[in-house]
Design a protein around this ligand. Sequence first.
Ligand SMILES: NC(=O)C1=CN([C@@H]2O[C@H](COP(=O)(O)OP(=O)(O)OC[C@H]3O[C@@H](n4cnc5c(N)ncnc54)[C@H](O)[C@@H]3O)[C@@H](O)[C@H]2O)C=CC1
Ligand SMILES: O=C(O)[C@H]1O[C@H](OP(=O)(O)OP(=O)(O)OC[C@H]2O[C@@H](n3ccc(=O)[nH]c3=O)[C@H](O)[C@@H]2O)[C@H](O)[C@@H](O)[C@@H]1O
Length: 457
Amino acid sequence: MNICCIGAGYVGGPTMAMIALKCPEHRVTVVDINEKRIAAWNSNELPVYEPGLDEVVSEARGRNLFFSTDVNGSIAEADMIFISVNTPTKSYGVGAGRAADLKFIERCARQIAEVAKGNIIVVEKSTLPVRTAESIRRILEGCGGEFTFQVLSNPEFLAEGTAVPDLLNPDRVLIGGEQTPEGDEAAKTLADVYAKWVPRERILTTNVWSSELSKLTANAFLAQRVSSINAISALCEATEANVDEVARAIGTDSRIGPKFLKSSVGFGGSCFQKDILNLVYLCEHFGLPEVAAYWEQVIIMNDYQKSRFVRRLVRTLFNTVSGKKIAILGFAFKKDTNDTRESPAIYVCRDLLEEQAEVHIFDPKVKASQVFADLQQDALNGNGEPNPNIIIEEDVYAACENAHAVAILTEWDRFRDLDWQRIYDNMLKPAFVFDGRNILDAPALRKMGFEVYGIGR
Ligand SMILES: NC(=O)C1=CN([C@@H]2O[C@H](COP(=O)(O)OP(=O)(O)OC[C@H]3O[C@@H](n4cnc5c(N)ncnc54)[C@H](O)[C@@H]3O)[C@@H](O)[C@H]2O)C=CC1
Ligand SMILES: O=C(O)[C@H]1O[C@H](OP(=O)(O)OP(=O)(O)OC[C@H]2O[C@@H](n3ccc(=O)[nH]c3=O)[C@H](O)[C@@H]2O)[C@H](O)[C@@H](O)[C@@H]1O
């Protein structure tokens, strides 16, 4: 088959690279309108940092994996077209701040309608509101083009930082199709692609709507676990219970399970918040305000956790951080990724800048330009000059030197192994550490003289 994937982002790139690697008999072309991104996929410095991805791409690229900006050309040749474009939260008009903005999806559907040929399978890889496949079907049907088609839903469950192992060994692959002989046939064609490396029993098929809704539901459940343990972390701080001990105690109950119970400064990433907002919007749209309010609370709790972290820091630093140097260790939304979308670090830094702190930011993978873009309105002062209170550090020890406090905002493994004695010696005293990820050995640091504040302990 000729497989085309529209959208060479965090999902399109790695997913298609894995399909190409495992299915040398298929020709896979990933297309994007973003020329810089395609150029990066064709270079030695991929646009996405994921452990193990370089190896996968370099084995398949040029053999049966191609990255191109020729969107129409690739669609015209394709038997199967994945749509893997971004579906951000709408920022304008009806549903602003909640609904998913589907303009990129609709653009893809219209482009497919214009140039596709033959018998094609259109696969929704992007995360979409339930019933989007219906809109895609109507656009494709309405154009009177020279092709027949089936629309499948095949949401992606990979997590950033572990994309390669997640794709190699997924818990499940979900395929939703129309319940007709043609729909079943299309679902089988896609299942055969994955079956090259995923055991058949892990390939689930459902109707289209269940598949679309399962993706939003999975993310909502995962985020809800984080918000639930974070809610308990606030109570732990008030009662001297330890949230990590509570998490371990409840996680050993096999009905609850141990994963996704790590209390933190808050969840980030491009999807949890956007997908829950989308779910909330859908519930409101279908006249279910109680259900909407239930899920919205997951986000409210996450916002509370991020602002609570800053309030605690300011309170501890004698109620002012104005003119104080605060070292920010980690800017990505989780370890092993260069992605900063919705990173809690953005919100923490903004609040600290608002309090007139000087933030010295170190992250091993995030570029300075990305940090400035994320801190947008704070990046420039009123005169259009760069904000002198935002300093990007290349060296973690320089970031901490003469600092009043260190805040860990991403759980990069290397932060655990830093020479904390050296950091202590070079900090102002009292030397405060706010561990927003609970990764440090707090008793050992206290012995050195640090005042350590974790989350929920
Ligand atoms: N980032 C993640 O870990 C996961 C994301 N998802 C979902 O996958 C979808 C894509 O997410 P990401 O890859 O993170 O987004 P992304 O923003 O990294 O990539 C999307 C790409 O689509 C391109 N694009 C948009 N419209 C286009 C068009 N008409 N023609 C060609 N290219 C076009 C953009 O230029 C961009 O490079 C979203 O719906 C997201 O919710 C699902 C699972 C995991
Ligand atoms: O749809 C998506 O985009 C993806 O969203 C998440 O993946 P991702 O956001 O990449 O990363 P996660 O590991 O889920 O972490 C999300 C956020 O929650 C935080 N988190 C996670 C787990 C935990 O116990 N505690 C916690 O604070 C992380 O630090 C991070 O900020 C889901 O895990 C994926 O299954 C899904 O495909």
